[in-house]
Design a protein around this ligand. Sequence first.
Ligand SMILES: *Cc1c(COP(=O)(O)O)cnc(C)c1O
Length: 578
Amino acid sequence: MLDEFLSLPRVAYFSMEIALRNEIPTYAGGLGVLAGDTLRSAADLHLPLVGVTLVSRAGYFHQEIDSGGHQIEREETWDPARWAQRLDAKVAVRIEDRPVWVSVWLYAIESRMDGNTPVLLLDTDLPENRADDRLITHHLYGGDEVYRLKQEMVLGLGGVRILRALGFEISAYHMNEGHSALLAVELLRHFAYPAEDLRPGEALYDLPRVRDLCRFTTHTPVEAGHDRFSYDLVKRLFASTVYGYDDRKPPVPGQPGAQHGPIDFSVLTSLGGAGELNMTRFALNVSDFINGVAKRHAEISSKMYPGYQVRAITNGVHPYTWSAASFRELYDRFVPGWCHEPELLVRVHGIPDASLLEAHAKAKQALIDKVRALTGVTLQANVATLGFARRMTAYKRPDLLFTDIARLRSIAREHPMQIVLSGKAHSRDEEGKRLIARLHEHARELEGSIAVVYLPDYDMDLALLMVSGADVWLNTPLPPLEASGTSGMKAAFNGVPSLSQLDGWWVEGCIEGVTGWAIEGAGTLYEKLAHTVLPLYYGSGGDPGGWVRMMKAAIGTNAAYFNSHRMMRRYATEAYLR
Ligand SMILES: *Cc1c(COP(=O)(O)O)cnc(C)c1O
């Protein structure tokens, strides 16, 4: 199985999380889903990539919500042997001066069109490791900063070594966010000049060569969102694998280890920032191609990091994965070839209105059934349904819709609506958890006037049900904090228009009154709901024509463009083939 993947050079795509499939909990949210969509498109398009991530045996977490609206987190353990194949390779990463052994599982992403992409899942749960080291690859985003740096060492350093041990020839390294930037430390060691050839003052490492190999995609438009580690912690964990501080001496020229041996500490501080190791800064300095995930995000990142050229490759979502069953059938019938070439969805106008409405009705019924199964609440098929689901955190403002309950109630008296919510809060995000509780309070307040349900344990399956079963997809981030956002793109694949704050991808995706509607805070949200969105949905005089035009524009204008095939063709031509 491995051999078929070794026959040609590949781009190594490193990500702390990758959403491989719903049953495999190696993802937390948007970043992981994007990584999965990236590799799924690579499989469809026969682009030679290999994914590298941690096995995260204990997953992210299962979310339960108690009667008071409080999030309860449970381990989400999975068995890699069920889905992946253990490979016969093992490498050591030195952490705190002891070897931590890293083994690897191979998972193959299979395209429906006969391509596949290998993904390597790194695993330290081996009997030869100390008990605590066995857990390094267990919890996705769990633990403290010491645990996190150990994970990033395993991912970056271990990942590069495993690729080499397995015999992969790597043409480029693509870091999806800064978590994997330590891979460049391993590359610098590999491309060190033999110490005996150097004259005093000459660079030890071939940085241009490393930069030539590395690509970096940043996802976070705020400085505070970036990973950083104190150099004291770095010294402690890297221990004797760095020199040049305290009394630690460089390796002796001509002695074994002088080339692949320890790395000069000043290389880390000069690339990673003087005060602390900033993984974004480090990634920026070791990559000769840098991009943000939407045009607005690239502009903001350029301002945040003057002196770096940050390009924009706007995100997209995987066509097949994010189309509901009824839409897959619809497109197979009226837009054959759409799975390989989603651009063909510009031909959406050839789909009969009645067929489109029927596909949506099926998707909506599937959501209604799921809501009843999970909450006991029966939603109405003929009532306008707003969907909102994403990570629950302050900047996403999940409670913006509930700013003025009386206003919301009065809008619903005129034009009935129902609301479906979902999302996990990170276990250390107390404000995010408070928001979940507050949403549950609002649901109770609105009982009798607007049905509001909160679906626990948001995951890929729920996401697909919601983005296809809602009538309007809502997004209310606080600008400029939404780097891209992708759930609105998923909605577009299912003919669902977005009502969204102008930020991230929506700056590019919104054509007012055509693909959806832009809002600027709660005031415009209520105005547009009351005077534009809901009246159009219910169709003055019972004519659904206006709404069907919106649905078709969401598909023909936005799904045709904001898909991960277009995104990967751009990465291939602009970032990989340089
Ligand atoms: C798509 C997706 C996300 C990201 O949604 P955003 O709109 O970008 O916040 C998060 N979680 C899951 C499970 C998803 O499928």
